[in-house]
Design a protein around this ligand. Structure first.
Ligand SMILES: NC(=O)C1=CN([C@@H]2O[C@H](COP(=O)(O)OP(=O)(O)OC[C@H]3O[C@@H](n4cnc5c(N)ncnc54)[C@H](OP(=O)(O)O)[C@@H]3O)[C@@H](O)[C@H]2O)C=CC1
Ligand SMILES: CCCCCCCCCCCCCCCC(=O)[C@@H](N)CO
Length: 308
């Protein structure tokens, strides 16, 4: 039942940096053939070299494709067709390409809302759409969507980003119901803040409120996050989360999402009430952070407008 990675073809969008790169390394170490998808060719080639150091046999290949996953579906479909001609049908697709911009709702540009939805949401729909028919024919496959803890709850500063990550959950639930009889398993990963180039970029313009609220959970390492994602995807687990707040959030927000085991279902039934109580305390502390920052801002409007 678990997917066998040796010899499998794994496609990782956003595979040239951060979490996606670590997912690619983790799969390669377990014997998979890798297709990396991202826009910047130099970064792709550099990452390819880095990954190739971890080869476990001399047949393994790392293929690089430069394409914008958010722009033209026809294009995405074409490059994935080419990748499948070279490395065989896709066994596992990891949709990791994504980006984040934080800021107060009224400070965010209108096109930020559009761009984030295009990259984070449509950028996951297109590659998935391009591989699903073949997976159904072969009656096997794994699709991974990389959401975020910000796809489980809405927080100050994430008005443009959170909805794109919530959207992935809706897509994943609906798609899983469609493809389950074809032996295809969908995984949604909800990582916490993770030390990556993307995170560093995001942090440059992060409102103080967002920083303080995010400090509730600590920053993870990308390789650690990637190991968990790959393990859950291989197993065919619908939910993939990390750490103790990840665990609580997953139970608390399980809603009508599919369960992978009876134990998981039981944990949700038992855990929900308790974690809701804990969650209410967290929400209270988030509200007080926001209130305190507002009062500070009103005292010194210019100096505390952006973080140091
Ligand atoms: N780091 C974090 O704190 C967390 C991240 N996540 C999510 O994990 C995913 C990866 O994050 P992280 O590792 O930090 O990201 P990085 O910014 O480090 O890497 C993003 C990757 O996606 C690629 N990419 C971005 N836009 C496009 C596009 N339009 N078309 C094709 N490729 C694209 C980038 O390459 P290029 O620019 O060359 O195209 C790069 O390879 C994202 O979806 C993010 O939302 C979730 C929770 C926490
Ligand atoms: C019982 C309930 C416990 C609740 C604990 C909640 C802790 C919330 C912290 C959330 C941090 C936000 C993560 C966003 C990461 C992300 O996607 C961006 N960094 C992308 O770059």
């Amino acid at each position: 039942k678990p997917l066998a990675l040796p010899g499998a073809h794994v496609v990782v969008t956003g595979g040239s940096s951060g979490i996606g790169k670590c997912v690619a390394i983790e799969c390669y170490k377990q014997g998979a053939f890798i297709t990396l998808i991202a826009r910047n060719e130099d970064k792709l080639l550099q990452t390819k070299k880095e990954i190739e150091k971890y080869s476990v046999n001399d047949k393994q290949v790392v293929l690089c494709i430069s394409v914008d996953v958010s722009k033209d579906y026809g294009n995405v479909e074409n490059v994935l067709k080419q990748a499948q001609e070279k490395l065989g049908p896709v066994d596992m697709l990891v949709n990791c390409a994504g980006t984040s911009v934080t800021g107060k709702f009224e400070d965010l540009e209108m096109n930020t809302f559009e761009r984030l939805m295009a990259v984070n949401y449509l950028g996951s729909v297109y590659p998935t759409r391009a591989v699903i028919a073949t997976m159904k024919e072969r009656r096997m496959g794994r699709i991974v969507f990389v959401s975020s803890q910000a796809g489980q709850l809405g927080l100050f500063g994430y008005t443009a980003y959170s909805p794109t990550k919530f959207a992935l959950r809706g897509l994943a639930e609906a798609l899983q119901m469609e493809v389950k009889p074809y032996n295809i398993y969908v995984t949604v990963a909800y990582p916490p803040d993770t030390d990556t180039p993307g995170f560093a970029e995001e942090s440059k313009t992060k409102p103080l409120e967002t920083k303080l609220i995010s400090e509730t959970s600590s920053v993870c390492q990308a390789d650690q996050v990637a190991r968990v994602i790959v393990k859950d995807a291989i197993q065919g687990n619908f939910n993939s989360s990390i750490g103790s707040d990840g665990y609580m959030l997953a139970l608390l927000t399980s809603g009508m999402s599919p369960v992978t085991s009876i134990t998981e279902g039981l944990q949700q039934v038992v855990g929900m009430g308790i974690f809701r109580i804990i969650g209410l305390f967290y929400l209270g502390s988030f509200d007080s952070i926001v209130r305190r920052c507002m009062i500070e801002r009103e005292k010194h409007p210019s100096t505390t407008d952006k973080t140091e």
